[in-house]
Structure formats: structure tokens, C-alpha cells
Design a protein around this ligand. Structure first.
Ligand code: PGA
Length: 248
């Protein structure tokens, strides 16, 4: 059985006052017994880990890490530092980082290696732009990003999130048929590369997932959870998504 994961991504949102939302999400995660992960701004990892120290089913994620273990990289954070701050996962290669910071597949792959060396589970994000989809290249782009962002030898301890760029933060959700087509192709590519281990890598869908569309997305074959931005900022919006995944 592939593990189901409800993952949130707070992006550049949230201060200590918002951690009350996280406690409510942790309660839901415990009640639903679903692996729930929230990607926090790095500033919130330590206070969140302190707040949640008695609650085990909500895991914290960082939103990026540097590929090096230490050194002269002003403003960057090493995977070991993030693990030390309480992160158990790290979101890598999000399309906003690929666009805002020009991150390449090779750089993402180096970060995956660094994350795994620090016992962080990478959530590797991939997905095509609208231009690429309209040109008929969506599958090719998603598969090549996945292939090149995952270093050889990486199997267990890895999550892949397919997030079509045109569906992120736009309110446009991909249809179940479209998601099925891509997730089938990604699963086949993972099995071709990693054999049986490729069948066990959780494949998340992301892009305007919300309570109203979660159930139909989770019903799609090879969708093992979601990576959620806007609807992960409050418990009111995110708890129904956790519940929907538990019921799927
Ligand atoms: P969204 O973001 O749910 O706000 O579309 C998803 C993401 O960027 O991970």
C-alpha cells in the first residue's frame, strides 16, 4: 500500500500567531490517522515543533534547503539545520522556486541528495506550464523533470508532487481525467526506473486543491494525496481535505 499524505504549503505566509491553526490540524491528523505534513516558513519550524511536541501525527516540512552541508551561503539553510529545527520533510523544486530562483532539475537533484543525507523526506515538485501543455508537451515535461530531479539510487523516503503550474493559485483545477493521465504515466515511469519500489513512492497532486474538489481528486488512480497551498493556511479549509483523504 502506498502511504497517503495530506501536505500543506504555507509558502511565505504565517507568523507565530498562526500556529493555533497548526494545533487544530494536528488534532485532525491524529483523529484521521493520516500522514499530514505542513511546509512552514523556516522561521516557524522551531516554535511549531515546540508546540506540537506531544502530537505525533502532524509532521513539519521546510520549503527548500541548500545542496551543501554548510558554508558561505548567506541567507540559505542546510538540510541538517532544518532537521535540527524540527522538519521531517522538505519541499524541493516547487515551481515558484524554479521560476523565482531559476532552479534547475540538476540543482533540485543535488538538494534531494542533501535532504536524504539529513534524514529529511523530499517532496519533489514537478509540473508543466500552460504553454508547455498547449504545445502538447505536458507528459514529456513532467516525466523529464521527475527523472532529472531524482538522483539515481533514490527510492524509499521520497514523495513526488505533480503540480501543473497553470493550476497553482489560480482556482483552475485539472480535471480527474487529466490528473489520471499524468499520474498513470508518472507511476509507469517510476516502476520502469525503480522496479517494485517505484510502486510505493507516494504521488501527490497539487494545484487549487480545496475541500470542494478533494474527494474527486483522491478518487483518481495513483493519486496518493495532495500538496495544498492556499487551502492549507487555516484549519477550517485544510481539515476537510485531511478528512477527505482519510475517507478515500
Ligand atoms: P494552491 O498551491 O493550492 O494555492 O494552488 C499549491 C502549491 O503551490 O503547492
Amino acid at each position: 500500500m502506498v502511504e497517503k499524505i495530506a501536505a500543506g504549503n504555507w509558502k511565505m505566509n504565517g507568523t507565530v500567531a498562526d500556529l493555533a491553526e497548526l494545533s487544530k490540524m494536528a488534532n485532525a491528523a491524529d483523529r484521521c490517522m493520516v500522514e499530514t505534513v505542513i511546509g512552514l516558513p523556516a522561521t516557524l519550524l522551531v516554535p511549531a515543533a515546540t508546540d506540537l511536541s506531544n502530537q505525533s501525527d502532524l509532521r513539519l516540512a521546510a520549503q527548500d534547503c541548500h545542496a551543501n552541508a554548510s558554508g558561505a551561503h548567506t541567507g540559505d539553510l542546510a538540510a541538517d539545520m532544518l532537521a535540527d529545527a524540527g522538519a521531517e520533510y522538505v519541499i524541493l523544486g516547487h515551481s515558484e522556486r524554479r521560476m523565482d530562483h531559476g532552479e534547475t532539475d540538476a540543482q533540485v537533484a543535488a538538494k534531494v541528495t542533501a535532504a536524504r543525507a539529513s534524514d529529511l523526506t523530499p517532496i519533489v515538485c514537478i509540473g508543466e506550464t500552460l504553454e508547455q501543455r498547449e504545445a502538447g508537451d505536458a507528459l514529456k515535461v513532467a516525466i523529464s523533470q521527475m527523472t532529472n530531479s531524482i538522483p539515481d539510487g533514490t527510492t524509499a523516503g521520497l514523495v513526488v508532487a505533480y503540480e501543473p503550474v497553470w493550476a497553482i493559485g489560480t482556482g483552475k483545477t485539472a480535471t480527474p481525467d487529466l490528473i489520471a493521465e499524468v499520474h498513470n504515466a508518472l507511476r509507469a515511469a517510476l516502476i520502469e526506473r525503480f522496479g517494485d519500489d517505484g510502486a510505493d513512492i507516494p504521488l501527490l497532486y497539487g494545484g487549487s486543491v480545496k475541500a470542494a474538489n478533494a474527494a474527486e481528486i483522491f478518487a483518481v488512480e495513483h493519486v496518493n494525496g495532495a500538496l495544498v497551498g492556499g487551502a492549507s493556511l487555516t484549519a477550517e479549509a485544510f481539515v476537510p481535505i485531511i478528512e477527505s483523504l482519510a475517507a478515500s
